[in-house]
Structure formats: C-alpha cells, structure tokens
Design a protein around this ligand. Structure first.
Ligand code: SF4
Ligand code: SF4
Length: 148
C-alpha cells in the first residue's frame, strides 16, 4: 500500500487493499436501521447485525457476509455518497467529503484500539439482533453523541 494513501489518494484512486484498510472498525454501519415508510427518514438503533461481534466490532464472516445477510451493504463510492445514516466519523464518508481522517484513526495514530477506547465504536453499546425482539426495535433507536 502506498504511504499515507488515506491522505494522498482520492477514494476512486484506492486499490482494493487500501479501500479495505480505510475502515476504522467502528462497527457503526452494522447497526440495525429503521426507515419511516412515509418520510423515508432512516433511524439507527443500538441493535446490530447477527454477524457483528459486539466486542471486536468486526464482522464474524466478512468473506461470506453478503451471502448470509441479504441487506448487508457493499460499501463502494456510490453507496458512500448515498447513505445518509453513515456516521460523520466514517472514514469513507470523511474522505468522500475531502476531509482528513481524525487523529484517533488507526492509520494515523497506529493504534487499532483507539477507536474503542475513545468510545467511537459500538463496543459496549449494542446487542445483537438475535438477542432482541423485533417488536422492540423502535424503542432501541438511539443517536449517540460522539465524544470530542
Ligand atoms: S462506519 Fe465506516 S469506518 Fe465505521 S465500520 Fe462502517 S465502514 Fe468502517
Ligand atoms: S454481515 Fe457483517 S459487514 Fe454486513 S452488516 Fe452484518 S456484521 Fe456488518
């Protein structure tokens, strides 16, 4: 991978490895979303996909994820631009907007745990969908205030 590719390259210039490496591992995109049928507004919950490990915040079957979870989204440039609910801190969103990665991103600070220790990830904040009744989803809508 090129030195500081995350800073020097646009999203459309990244190779496949660089693209994957850009993810900060926050797990926030794997939260269950609810869409209002009338307004189209999307709300995010503190419930996560059955395949997300709530401690590591990583997908437990990343290679087969789209075969196993039908609504798992393949992140690419077009989807990044279209997803209103992507967190403001998502590295893909930041770079799509021409902004720099934050100091706590592991590519910048060299510490993969920083995203968790600073409370930027879903660690300690979520339950898997297999442990939550579907009828309870609406009461699980949350909008976390991200720490500075
Ligand atoms: S929200 Fe963005 S940075 Fe966080 S896990 Fe998802 S794709 Fe990666
Ligand atoms: S299948 Fe994996 S990557 Fe897709 S939403 Fe679930 S945990 Fe996230």
């Amino acid at each position: 991978m090129a030195d500081q590719f995350w800073r020097d390259k646009r999203l459309d210039e990244l190779d496949a490895r660089e693209w994957e490496a850009l993810c900060d591992g926050c797990g926030q995109c794997c939260r269950v979303k609810l869409e209002d049928e009338d307004s189209g507004v999307v709300a995010v919950t503190d419930v996560v996909c059955a395949l997300l490990d709530p401690v590591t915040c990583r997908c437990t079957d990343y290679v087969n994820r789209r075969a196993r979870i039908s609504d798992c989204i393949a992140m690419d440039i077009a989807t990044v631009a279209s997803l209103s609910w992507l967190p403001a801190t998502c590295a893909y969103r930041l770079r799509a907007e021409g902004r720099e990665l934050p100091n706590w991103h592991y590519l910048v600070c060299g510490d993969r745990d920083r995203v968790h220790s600073l409370g930027r990830s879903v660690r300690g904040k979520v339950e898997r969908e297999t442990d939550v009744e579907t009828s309870d989803y609406e009461s699980r809508i949350v909008r976390w205030i991200q720490p500075k």
